[in-house]
Design a protein around this ligand. Sequence first.
Ligand SMILES: [Zn+2]
Length: 759
Amino acid sequence: MRRSILALLIIGFSLPSSVADSAEPKPDAALDGFSAQHARAEREWESKFRALPSSQKQRDYMQLLAARPHHVGSPYDKQNAEWILARFKEWGLEAKIETFKVLFPTPKRRLVELLAPTHYLAKLQEPALAEDPTSNQRDEQLPTYNAYSRDGNVTAPLVYVNYGLPDDYERLQRLGVSVQGAIVIARYGNSWRGMKPKIAAEHGAVGCIIYSDPKDDGYFYGDVFPKGAMRPDQGVQRGSVMDFPSSYPGDPLTPDRGDPNAPAMTASNAPSITKIPTLPISYGDAQPLLAALNGPLAPEEWRGALPIAYHVGPGVAKVHLVVESNWDVKDVNDVIARIPGSSDPDAWVVRGNHHDGWVNGAEDPISAQVALLEEARSFGELLKQGWKPKRTIIYCAWDGEEPMLLGSTAWAETHGRELQEHAAVYINTDGNGRGYLLLEGSHSLEHFMNDVARNIEDPESKLSAFERERLAGIAEAKSEDDRKELRQRSDLRMDALGSGTDYTAFIDHLGVASLNLGYGGEDDGGIYHSIYDDFYWFTHFSDTDFVYGVALSQTIGTAVMRMADADVLPYEFTGLSDTMQKYDKDLQKLLQNKQEEAHEREQELKEGAYRAAIDPRKPTVAPPPEDIPPHLNFAPLENAIETLTKSAESYKAAFNKAESSGFKGSDQQLSALNQKLLQSERRLTDPAGLPRRPWYKHMIYAPGVYTGYAPKTMPGIREAIEQRRWQEADTEIARVAKVLENEAALIDSAAEDLDAFSK
Ligand SMILES: [Zn+2]
């Protein structure tokens, strides 16, 4: 799966334009982590590399890999895995398939029927289109459904809940509407889709229907497919509704393959399976249902783009919903290729993208799988020419990402101990389009990725990817403060990792420094997880000439080479400490806002302001009073961040000094330092994990329990404040402070080692 990059454009930047970099660096330009002599050689290998990826080959691979439906367990999914394996081998990489057993439900019975006030039987079928040659492969297409929905057969009144998020239910409560015993209809968007049935069930609903409103990815944004790129009226977004953020991703039956004591689960007690039956529908099918609702008019921002008055319900509208799945165990086939390192083989650079799709999956995931393949082929060429990476490079084509990161989680858990010992970085992609470079990842890699982006040419503007994003960020900045930071900060800010794709087990569970990259923002479409995400759509509406596919190969290949070849791993920690300061400020502001809101609510209740504002003909309910949040003690966190900031600065000075004297150390000494450094992200984890979700070990980044895709930073503290658990917030402040102190100690010790290389 892949979220819209549009919503994620990173805005943050540097450098007056007079010193703006050109994309192709001078061969003698310095390179972080390399002695001057090694930097020169590296620059030469990198420019050779960047000339190799081919747009024509990417197009050919996509046409082949997306030719038929290739979901988990399908014959074509297996065939693709074998084809990728054969290519890796042909290009000279050691490669094999690793297979895991996973629970993967597929549809057996699906029904959505409006019983009153009129009758309507939902079609639940995406029609083939004459223009689109792969849309008619019905025998092999997975029907439209939400994987890991519990089986159920319910008849109940219908209620419209907007996006179905916690705030929406507060609003419903004020409208005097309850979903107790109801089937809810929610629109797609604004969260991981699995949040919608989770939150509905918490409010007493018995079923959940999710539809794609044309305001979110349909005609509101442009012509619909096949005339344009947007979602047609019978187009449906398939997708998993697993509740992974509050439990764990991957196979629901094996909570952690790396832990021999993890309890075995069954489909009936696995915590990640939804509590209520859930099914997705098109807006063609949703319109009769929504039109049948009465009750209060929906708040203005809840209204979509269908030609109806949006009511909330409940009322006479009654719906019958049936979901039944075949709960089968299937194989997932991960293709794993390896280039052994020459002088530091025990440090690993890991790169991955999934190969399974919901149907033909051209954009998601093949558009970035083809970039990965071109990186691998180009590395094969360089090896023939004599390139010898110091570190081991591992290329992974994951299976089973769409149902919920099945292949990557199983592999990462199975090899967890080795990965924690050896992995320096995991670099993920999951689809590619046109536009800006998306930067998400561990903040110790923020400066590193900015440097890579400075050396990549944006194929349309011919600026560097870095410079294009920097200038566009200034043009689109929402405030003076944003613009100021964009102009003054030396690097683009990198977004934190949430979840929704294959980096999750690496960063959240194992503490491997991770990146998630891709181009996007100019590739609007409405074919996500439908039968129309195919070669025809992609070559008519997205990166039609595959120039951004080549740019993605160049970007990631350069990052992989640099991490694999550097004398000293190019982590940088002042970007990390700066980000920690920002998170601390955000948290204090969050608490302060909560306090002010509670005070304000108390006062308005006392004054009778709510009562006075109510239209007696459309009565609403005043919100309940809230306890005023107490003050929390942020001192331990602030002290730890101060320590980390000092350590990061001393490290930077020691690093620069050792680099300018050419990292004078033996291979063994350098390798010992690198082994220490690659543990730096692990220091940000705590084996006990986050409260109530021990699988999640990282104390700085996690998917939100009520957001799913979107990250919560310093999640233990933040969610305790959001969910009003004040004592827990204090405990979590101390735990985050502790990991930051551990991080500072490691950085100090690495700085001492570096001092020895300057002598
Ligand atoms: Zn994907």
